[in-house]
Design a protein around this ligand. Structure first.
Ligand code: MN
Length: 236
């Protein structure tokens, strides 16, 4: 154990370690949350972008945005257009910089279903002004993530259905094989900007069908073979 964990001379409260349950009972501590923008062609088109294969681009959410499955999420402040984006989430298990595509899976602990909640109106306004997106992407409870399935249980899913329903109505449906940049390519590229560390989550992009959530909605998300993710938006 690092001595850091037991310091008693912090001048303010250290706060809780953000974490996500692992299927079978353990807990995964979250260190960074990286996200890939526009990684399914149909979604790039619905956002008005050219779905050509440009290099993937990245943004981050603060680690304490994570929320576990089953949570009630408070409708966030300063938005009137909270959007859902269902995504495959990769949980990094081994550190590495400049990871070759062929070795990317060696760095993966497991996989989960996540939703990249987005204050779309704020993101759009920042985009138009060429300003940073954080207020649109990083806020309390903005990253609900289901239980993590270790790769030793599920292998490395690279195809299969990904979907999101709101109040029982299907809103988003896609296939992991339709990613513009595959998971291994995303890991390779991301690791040239940041040294990946155990505890890093990578949201790998959303298929088409993003849309608004309102107070009182129940959301369920699934990816073949992974634990489903469910959450609700508080009524008030
Ligand atoms: Mn996203």
């Amino acid at each position: 154990m690092s001595g850091k964990m037991y310091r008693s001379d912090y001048v303010v409260s250290q706060g809780e370690q953000p974490s996500i349950p692992v299927a079978g009972g353990a807990v995964y501590p979250v260190r960074h949350i990286y996200c890939v923008g526009r990684n399914y062609a149909e979604h790039a088109r619905e956002m008005g972008a050219d779905p050509d294969r440009e290099a993937p681009f990245f943004f981050m959410k603060a680690p304490d945005c994570v929320e576990s499955s089953g949570a009630q999420i408070k409708y966030p402040s300063r938005t009137e257009n909270l959007h859902h984006e269902v995504e495959l989430v990769v949980a990094v298990g081994r550190s590495g910089a400049d990871v070759p595509v062929s070795e990317a899976t060696d760095h993966i602990f497991g996989y989960a279903v996540g939703v990249d909640l987005t204050r779309r109106d704020l993101q759009q306004a920042m985009k138009e002004k060429g300003r940073p997106w954080e207020i649109g992407k990083s806020f309390s409870q903005a990253a609900p993530v289901g239980e993590i399935q270790p790769a030793w249980n599920v292998g490395h899913p690279r195809e299969g259905k990904i979907s999101l329903s709101v109040n029982g109505e299907l809103r988003q449906e896609g296939d992991l094989k339709d990613m513009v940049w595959g998971i291994d390519e995303v890991i390779a590229e991301l690791s040239t900007y940041y040294k990946l560390e155990p505890g890093d989550l990578i949201f790998t992009g959303t298929p088409s069908g993003v849309g608004a959530l309102v107070r009182g909605d129940s959301v369920s998300c699934s990816i073949d073979e992974l634990e489903p993710l469910e959450f609700s938006i508080a009524a008030v």
